[in-house]
Design a protein. Structure first.
Length: 107
């Protein structure tokens, strides 16, 4: 039985800016959840990981919900040929409002 190779996680440069609008105490939690959820089988739909019905303007076509009360969102795209997951944005969901980098985004 062959062992599955993990995907390579690549963070877009904008993600650093997005994280600045999120309390620092959550940064490690977000990073660990992204790594745990997306290194293996990032294209398998779960309760907290699903394809977006319509891609966000930034190009993401998958969403990962994480953190306390699933308040955080990581948006990503998958390149199966390169075995790569590109995290394009990290945001905060507050009721029906999605904030990425402190700015409201239509989801």
């Amino acid at each position: 039985m062959s062992k599955k190779h993990p995907f390579v996680l690549v963070y877009a440069a904008e993600v650093k800016r997005h994280l600045r609008s999120i309390e620092k105490k959550y940064h490690l939690l977000i990073r660990e959840a992204v790594e745990t959820q997306l290194l293996f089988q990032p294209d398998v739909e779960t309760r907290n990981r699903k394809p977006l019905e319509k891609p966000l303007e930034l190009g993401a076509d998958w969403e990962l919900r994480l953190g306390p009360d699933n308040r955080f969102r990581a948006f990503y795209t998958i390149n199966p040929e390169n075995h790569e997951v590109r995290v394009l944005a990290v945001g905060v969901k507050q009721r029906s409002q999605l904030l990425i980098g402190g700015e409201e985004v239509q989801s």
